[in-house]
Write a protein that binds this ligand. Structure first.
Ligand code: NAD
Length: 252
């Protein structure tokens, strides 16, 4: 069992973020779940977490989310930057507005949330920043320019935070999953099936798991366990790292 902490998790309406909130609650942590979808409130409540509605593409909303955690709980120990979206299009056709939205949500928001959370972590001499990146922070695939650029950038932010936090008890790490069974991926399976005139099983096997040694999608709970470790006391020597949880994708 670990010391009870105060955690802020973004993107908690579904998928990995929802699993992380449940995992932290099981560990006895207090949690503020942050999502732009108001349906996130009931999901947070069921897990025993507080909820703050914020569209994190808005910088002021990022600052307000951290302020809400501090005013509710008096401190902030763990920040999990998880909220994310995807847009698939060739560079030639990629809409500028989509590019900006993805960079705002997946790179600028983690920066602003880290900045706002930092003073509390520094004052307590203990902090954990866990950035949910992607295997697309290590390798690219066609059609995902904004997502892949944001995720590669998130690794740079992680490494910088690790260097600045080292003397202050603050660690920062990224984790890099391959395909996890969440709504984000289920929508992609449906889209790819239509696009390629395949059935959904074929999309999973021939496209998503093409490079995987372990031929199955990842469970959100498996990612939450790794977040839990990186956020724990036990992980104090781990910082500036990118942990792949990728079914062996990048082993070849
Ligand atoms: P998901 O769609 O289930 O969850 C994303 C969450 O982000 C949702 O709750 C959504 O409401 C929230 N969100 C979206 N836009 C927002 C905004 N503007 N403001 C606040 N919240 C917003 O997806 P997921 O698969 O659980 O993805 C979570 C993270 O994991 C993302 O950063 C994603 O890039 C990353 N990831 C996912 C996979 C995968 O295969 N599913 C693989 C690697 C990395």
């Amino acid at each position: 069992s670990s010391t009870p902490r105060v955690a802020l998790v973004t993107g908690t309406r579904s998928g990995i973020g929802e699993a992380v909130v449940r995992h932290f609650r099981e560990q006895g942590h207090q949690v503020l779940a942050v999502d732009f979808n108001p349906e996130g409130e009931a999901i947070a409540e069921r897990a025993g977490a507080a909820f703050f509605q914020a569209d994190l593409t808005d910088g002021e909303a990022c600052k307000a989310a951290v302020a809400d955690a501090l005013s509710r709980f008096g401190r902030l120990d763990i920040l999990v930057n998880n909220a994310g979206i995807q847009h698939v299009s060739s560079i030639e056709e990629f809409p500028e507005a989509q590019w900006r939205r993805i960079i705002d949500l997946m790179l600028t928001a983690p920066f602003l949330l880290t900045q706002a959370a930092w003073p509390s972590m520094r004052e307590n001499g203990w902090g954990r920043i866990v950035n949910v990146a992607s295997i697309h922070a290590q390798v690219a695939s066609p059609g995902k320019a904004a997502y892949i650029s944001a995720k590669h950038g998130l690794i740079g932010l992680t490494k910088t935070a690790a260097l600045e936090g080292g003397s202050q008890g603050i660690t920062a790490n990224a984790l890099c999953p391959a395909y996890v069974k969440t709504p984000l991926v289920e929508n992609q399976i449906a889209d790819q099936a239509k696009l390629n005139r395949m059935d959904e099983q074929e999309v999973v096997e021939q496209i998503m798991l093409k490079n995987a040694a372990v031929k199955r999608l990842i469970d959100p709970g498996e990612v939450a366990s790794l977040v839990g470790y990186l956020a724990s006391d036990a992980a104090g020597a781990v910082t500036g790292a990118s942990w792949n949880i990728d079914l062996g994708w990048t082993a070849q």
